[in-house]
Design a protein around this ligand. Structure first.
Ligand code: MN
Length: 205
């Protein structure tokens, strides 16, 4: 699924209201069914018009966008990035009880940041520091260590051997209906639904 063109928007693996009360059902519905769907549709349209790239995976499209012809660079970067980023965002949310990172990932977070709380503080600062639209990420670097990154718009932190583990979408569409302009409240709520088990599986992969 989603190995190459035509890309699809997979249904959410949970109900729209599963993140309540932290993320509201209407936001989840619009975010998945409209925002992500638009990136999928735009990407497919671009690839329909440019069959040379129809065999490319999402990661390949993101990584090779800078080498593409000038008229394709930006739209591929934005739309392949938009699909990649949203698929990761939605797949690293969970609506059960709040989790903390455990296992190998949990140990490394505590070792690198001192404590989970210290990590949460740094990650929150990163998410709040994004000016305008973008994301904050926890990624595994090629040497196996962790780092917190931010990206603007639909850019991704993907580079060879850099593995995104979890991300928070801080575009206003991700929180405005419930949290209005209070991004800090949304970030706090996001921590209650962050899927650290999934992030841990990605880390170990
Ligand atoms: Mn979004």
């Amino acid at each position: 699924m989603n190995e190459h063109y035509p890309f699809i928007n997979p249904p959410l693996p949970y109900s729209y209201d599963f993140m309540e009360p932290y993320i509201d059902a209407k936001t989840m519905e619009l975010h998945h069914d409209r925002h992500l769907q638009t990136y999928v549709d735009n990407l497919n349209q671009l690839l329909k018009e440019n069959p040379a790239y129809q065999g490319f995976s999402l990661e390949q499209l993101v990584l090779y966008a800078p080498s593409m012809p000038d008229d394709l660079k930006t739209p591929i970067r934005n739309n392949a990035g938009g699909v990649y980023n949203h698929l990761l965002y939605f797949s690293t949310l969970q609506g059960n009880s709040p989790q903390q990172p455990s296992g190998e990932l949990g140990s490394l977070i505590r070792k690198q940041y001192g404590s989970y709380e210290a990590f949460e503080k740094q990650f929150t600062q990163a998410a709040l520091s994004v000016f305008g639209s973008g994301y904050a990420w926890l990624v595994r670097k090629p040497d196996g260590s962790l780092t917190i990154r931010t990206t603007a718009n639909q850019d991704t932190p993907l580079s060879f051997q850099t593995l995104p583990l979890i991300c928070i979408d801080v575009w206003e569409h991700a929180y405005y209906l419930k949290h209005y302009n209070q991004r800090a409240d949304y970030v706090k709520d996001w921590f209650a639904v962050a899927d650290w088990e999934q992030a841990g599986r990605r880390f170990a992969s």
